[in-house]
Ligand binder design. Structure first.
Ligand SMILES: Nc1nc2c(ncn2[C@@H]2O[C@H](COP(=O)(O)OP(=O)(O)OP(=O)(O)O)[C@@H](O)[C@H]2O)c(=O)[nH]1
Ligand SMILES: [Mg+2]
Length: 317
């Protein structure tokens, strides 16, 4: 009898999918700040996407892959769709979201139920209806809506889509109604192969998630427009060191922003570092020494060369 090393054996077994195996890409789309990344983390039962109370937190597509014996769902978190692009970065974010919307097998149109629809939603509804995927309307933040207001708050959105469209009323952060939604997504998937190995949960490199966790703390702790002009690059990631030594550069657009991120006596940077370190340790399940530096990259959001340098554009584009 042939003896297989254990991981080879499990690969072979993984290839034998049950009949009727389902799979597909499920795009999470909607206006900024409605809870798309929160829903991604909830569906994955792990935090890989950053979340903040500020619109335009997510900048690039991020996959969250859930694999079960009889199905694989590839969730695609996207930047919030907005009408006005102020910078090249905004344009790229919008392109990213629209690509995901058009490529998906299932579209989750996520709504913040506490906010009434506006002109952008009518536009979004049209984009959804034209896309090839099946649309599911998901109204989020139901923990914030009194039961007697549910119909009133949701009707305005439902009328934007064909009447037969399925809709759900959930709380992504409180995990209310999310299991029913998950089951409905599985039921809506076409038959298909496993696109990713069973143990893969995302396509994003750990060091890039680490950079995002640092940016998340800037979004949570620094006011005004500064976080939107901030990006983070990992300079070195030494896994041999104990604790793991990570050095990261925070780029801001001007000197005055640098002073705010550092704070009086370095207090703000210390606070950002301490919180980010805790989040990173949670992600990689190891102790971390985090070294942060603040640097200036003027007008980087408008400059193609800089957008390439920071990974928002591929080097050859
Ligand atoms: N009350 C409540 N707040 C929620 C819920 N889901 C998400 N939030 C909050 O809504 C805010 C935005 O959440 P995100 O997940 O960052 O939203 P997003 O749609 O990914 O936002 P962008 O990346 O900016 O497009 C955060 O403060 C979340 O904590 C929910 O079910 N109830
Ligand atoms: Mg997001």
């Amino acid at each position: 009898m042939t003896q297989f090393p254990e991981d080879e054996l499990s690969n072979l077994l993984a290839d034998k999918l049950p009949e009727g195996h389902k799979s597909g890409y499920v795009a999470l789309v909607g206006r900024p700040n409605v809870g798309k990344s929160t829903l991604l983390n909830t569906m994955l039962r792990q935090k890989i996407a950053i979340v903040s109370h500020r619109p335009q937190t997510t900048r690039i597509q991020q996959l969250g892959i859930v694999t079960e014996q009889d199905h694989q769902i590839v969730f695609v978190d996207t930047p919030g769709i907005m009408q006005k692009a102020m910078h090249k970065l905004d344009e790229l974010m919008l392109e990213n979201a629209v690509d995901a919307l058009n490529d998906a097998d299932v579209l989750i149109w996520l709504i913040d139920g506490t906010v009434p629809p506006n002109a952008e939603d009518a536009n979004l509804a049209e984009m959804m209806t034209k896309a090839r995927g099946k649309v599911i309307l998901v109204i989020n933040k139901n923990d914030q809506i009194p039961p007697e207001q549910v119909m009133e708050k949701t009707d305005a959105y439902r009328t934007l889509l064909p009447p037969e469209t399925d809709w759900f009323f959930i709380s992504a952060s409180k995990q209310l109604g999310t299991e029913e939604l998950y089951n409905h997504i599985v039921a809506s998937l076409p038959e298909g192969p496993r696109y990713y190995p069973a143990d893969q949960i995302t396509q994003t490199f750990t060091r890039d998630i680490v950079a995002e966790l640092i940016r998340e703390q800037i979004l949570l702790n620094i006011r005004d427009e500064i976080p939107h002009g901030t990006t983070v690059l990992i300079d070195s990631f030494n896994e041999q060191a104990k604790p793991i030594h990570i050095k990261a550069n925070i780029f801001v657009e001007r000197d005055s922003h640098k002073a705010i991120v550092i704070g009086a006596g370095g207090k703000m940077l210390k606070h950002i570092g301490a919180n980010a370190r805790r989040e990173i340790e949670e992600l990689i399940d190891e102790q971390v020494f985090l070294e942060l530096w603040v640097k200036i990259a003027p007008k980087w959001r408008k400059r193609e060369g800089q957008l390439k340098r920071f990974g928002y554009l591929p080097p050859d584009k």
